[in-house]
Design a protein around this ligand. Sequence first.
Ligand SMILES: Cc1cc2nc3c(=O)[nH]c(=O)nc-3n(C[C@H](O)[C@H](O)[C@H](O)COP(=O)(O)OP(=O)(O)OC[C@H]3O[C@@H](n4cnc5c(N)ncnc54)[C@H](O)[C@@H]3O)c2cc1C
Length: 546
Amino acid sequence: MWRLLYVATWITFTPVLLTGFLTVNVKNTRLNGMKRYSTVDTSFASVAPEISDKNPLRVVIAGAGVGGLVLANSLSKISHIDVKVLEKTTEFKRFGGPIQLASNALQLLKEMDKSIYDEINEKFTPTGDKMNGIKDGIRTEWYAKFDLKKPALERNMPFTGVIDRSDLQEIYLNALPPGVVSNGDGVTSFKVNPDGNGVKVILNSGNEVDADVLIGADGIWSSVRATMRNEPAKGDGSGAKYSGYTLYAGELAYNSPDNGKVGYKVYIGPGQYFVITDIGNGNYQWYAFLARPPGGNTEKPDGTVPYLKEIFAGWSEECHAILDVTKEHEIGQRDLYDRPPSVIKPWSKGPVALTGDAIHAMMPNLGQGGCQAIEDAYVVTEELSTIKTRDEIATALSTYNSRRLIRSAAVQGLSRFASDIIIIGFDTPAKITFSPEFKVENFNYAGIVTKILQPIMPLFFWVQFNFLYDGYKNENKIDFVAAFSFVVLGGLILLLNVGNLFGVLGLFGLETAETFGIGEGIGSLDAGEGFTETLQQFFSTLSDII
Ligand SMILES: Cc1cc2nc3c(=O)[nH]c(=O)nc-3n(C[C@H](O)[C@H](O)[C@H](O)COP(=O)(O)OP(=O)(O)OC[C@H]3O[C@@H](n4cnc5c(N)ncnc54)[C@H](O)[C@@H]3O)c2cc1C
């Protein structure tokens, strides 16, 4: 019962809490902008406050991932900014598979650098102009389609699509002036000048680099964040948590019967899901998304394909067809961690700020993690490019924090919500057929709710894509309309699913436990706990806020 109250409280009070959040956040912004340091450290060379072509703003970026490279490229075009990227790995290797760039991120890349955008387009496979959606994982028929095309066309934005991560990386590395990126010496920590001006970036080798601004774009286990917040980079206290889900992914050349017509298919069913996506040039990627303890070290004596085929026994032939032709070396396994952006702990402190996964790592379900890092890069560039003196740095970075916080938190939360709801809440939709004979299928609470939600899902996707494709410039600190739409529609889905999650509709007298259980090998994780954790995570974020 308390769980129901929990959910009802969320639905009722979120708008109020968001308002409270805004007030606190504005307060934080003001505090961050204030100088807190008064003593002088002579190891910091004094630099004239005015920023000019002759006395440029020195920006160091830790990490040459998606966010770091996009930011470096846009800052490198500004004559009064001198940018350096410090990447910990010794060399850039071609790895990582495809990344989806949604219309919001693609539009920003276009506005930031048209020639790079044109290069990206040459290697890009649009999926947003094709059919995309959710399929019934058992019966193979479409459950709900999402229209990525219309919201992009209405805003004159490029279509969502995919590019190989290595291609994207190569395009950015080639575009940057020589000497901007250096490899093989990662950032371990930093020291801020006690007078608030200047930061010493400390590297793994013990070397130090003087800068006016340090941006931590060093990914989910960020050393910059660990130093800024005096917390561990990894593990307990780091703020990043195992999501409860592990992912098997395959990438292969595949002769799909719907090639050229369908971009992205999510197969839903009891307790797990499967995704197949066109990544261009006759290649496909699939994901098997499972609720399991981290490590993926379950015994697989016959290999990963037979292991997954067993787990997905009885599922659509389309899932099995692609598994059947996947070779073992084409499969990878990855545990999924995420990090809700904290509110009481700011993203910036004096001349240091965090971007991308370092501050808001999210589940891959919406394909937005890298896209949100690109939005961060856009806003950081806007804020840093307009300041005239070094005294304005701290305020510029905390304004970046305020502009990005709500939107990134909404996308992060929605990504988590999507994984939990698809895995825990959705099932094979209930179905009654009259011909050739009367048949009732999956007529339990989960099946009925999944059926009831079917006509609502396109509306939910409409809200989601309109939210993502609007406001990508992050001009407003908070978009109340978008937040409200999320709360109402998300709340409805949550409310309908709550009975499923906690067995309320054992009212139907059906065996609900089996529907809710996630299967063998899951240890202490079960559907109820996973969902409760999401709510607890949500409430702990809210308690951070207030
Ligand atoms: C399975 C999966 C699929 C995904 N699919 C998508 C998708 O389709 N679309 C999408 O937008 N997002 C996707 N994401 C999320 C996306 O990959 C990340 O959000 C994105 O890479 C974050 O970019 P970043 O630059 O912040 O960090 P990263 O890309 O992680 O880059 C961090 C960089 O910093 C370097 N580094 C680390 N520590 C240090 C240090 N101490 N000093 C210097 N350098 C350091 C690292 O070597 C790395 O190069 C997916 C994620 C997963 C797990």
